[in-house]
Design a protein around this ligand. Structure first.
Ligand SMILES: Nc1ncnc2c1ncn2[C@@H]1O[C@H](COP(=O)(O)OP(=O)(O)O)[C@@H](O)[C@H]1O
Ligand SMILES: [Mg+2]
Length: 406
């Protein structure tokens, strides 16, 4: 089965370099690997110091690389639908509000790039697909696309269904509205089906893991924390946090960077706390730009040593959120407080309920047990809700949240 690894993180943290390095290391270990970038700010080609194209190019033994081209993909997967949409938007009687909503449909271009993952995953040509993703926010907007897709199904499909077959000639006489023909209907349906398939592949923890790339810097850590929370919320498996650009000890000795030693120490400790139990790996800051195979191999070596870089470093979603409806059969558990609206389940291998302190501070949930402390940025849906109770059951902490005060 084809393994899929996605790297995401804030711009400039080193996603592209690390994706390229991982792919190179894996191909050298014998895996047929394709690495692709869904970020429109391409630099995969710069990393390898090669010209890449929108289709996979063989750049080394068992290694293919590709920079997804927005227009190439749009036409390939979206052309038919788009042409109809354009005619619809140009139609004078078209409802403005509906048009606006269609225009803000999230990242069609990046979405088209993600379709490549599915294609490679299915093709049987590769053992590994490594994805260099757009910065965090866009990626999640994208991963939530099936929700946006459902909007399409509800708003557009009933229209096309109602006007299909016999009704169409009649309707054509009554309105000048450009009606979608069967090819539009089919293209839309196919695209929606594919989007659901992508989501299934991405959310399959036996195939796919998402790796968060961060740096020992305050603003970057904040963003990583947000990404981590969103990943859990969407149910994707984060198997590794990669902390890139760690300054080695010699960088501090009587040098310009000496003052940063303490900061770095502090941020590294913080990162360890924030993302536990997801494992953390470090890559050092090199004294030059990482361009070309040798530089990327050195980066991979710094990060993975001789480990298999495609292994699952962690195999459980770190947390889950679900809504609780009163009287739900699965909640026939007297421990769940009556007014519970949401349940948060957290994997906390290091802790017992006894002696566990749990408080919410602003947007964060803070857990303290002895010398362990874990801060978790709460998903929006849980913020400013009262904690009604909590219980530890075999390595999993259940936290029950009530309704917001009005
Ligand atoms: N560990 C590192 N040491 C030295 N330079 C690095 C390191 N990681 C990344 N770089 C350099 O930083 C720049 C940005 O890295 P890149 O991988 O393109 O980040 P991103 O894809 O997250 O925007 C590139 O010029 C790259 O060569
Ligand atoms: Mg990049």
């Amino acid at each position: 089965m084809t393994r899929v690894i996605l790297y995401t993180g804030k711009g400039g943290v080193g996603k592209t370099s690390i994706a390229a390095a991982t792919a190179l290391a894996a191909s050298r270990r014998g895996l047929r690997t394709v690495v692709l970038s869904t970020d429109s700010a391409h630099s995969l080609g710069d990393s390898f110091d090669l010209e890449l194209t929108p289709e996979p190019t063989l750049i080394a033994e068992r290694l293919w690389a590709q920079e997804c081209d927005v227009y190439f993909n749009m036409e390939k997967y979206w052309g038919t639908v788009q042409r109809w949409m354009e005619s619809l938007l140009a139609w004078e009687g078209f409802n403005r509000a509906l048009a606006d909503e269609m225009v803000v449909l999230p990242g069609m271009d990046e979405l088209a790039s993600l379709l490549w993952i599915l294609e490679h995953q299915r093709s049987g040509q590769y053992d590994l697909v490594v994805v260099d993703c757009a910065p965090t926010a866009e990626t999640f907007r994208l991963l939530s696309f099936p929700e946006a897709g459902r909007w399409w199904l509800e708003k557009i499909f009933p229209v096309s269904r109602r006007v299909s077959g016999l009704a169409r000639p009649l309707l054509k006489r009554l309105t000048s509205m450009p009606l979608p023909d069967d090819s539009v209907f089919e293209a839309t349906r196919d695209l929606m089906a594919r989007i659901e398939e992508i989501q299934a592949v991405l959310a399959d923890p036996t195939t796919t893991s998402v790796r968060l790339v961060t740096n020992p810097e305050r603003m970057v850590i904040k963003e990583t924390q947000r990404a981590y929370t969103l990943l859990g919320l969407y149910g994707y498996l984060a198997d590794l946090v990669v902390c890139n650009r760690v300054l080695p000890a010699e960088a501090f000795e009587g040098s310009y960077f000496a003052a940063r030693a303490a900061d770095q120490e502090r941020y590294l400790a913080q990162i360890d706390d924030l993302f536990s139990p997801v494992p953390l790996k470090f890559a050092r800051q090199f004294d030059r730009e990482l361009v070309g195979f040798d530089a990327l191999a050195a980066l991979a070596e710094s990060l993975f040593g001789d480990e298999d870089p495609t292994q699952f470093y962690y195999d459980r979603p770190p947390f889950q959120v679900r809504s609780v409806t009163p009287g739900d059969a699965s909640d026939a558990d007297s421990a769940v407080p009556e007014a519970t609206q949401y349940e948060l389940k957290l994997t906390i291998p290091f802790v017992e309920r006894e002696g566990l302190e749990l408080v919410t501070v602003g947007e964060e949930l803070v857990l303290e047990a002895g010398r362990h402390r874990r801060n978790m940025l709460l998903p929006r849906v849980l913020q400013s809700r009262p904690v009604l109770g909590a219980r530890m059951r075999g390595g999993t902490l259940h936290v029950w949240f009530g309704g917001r005060d009005r």
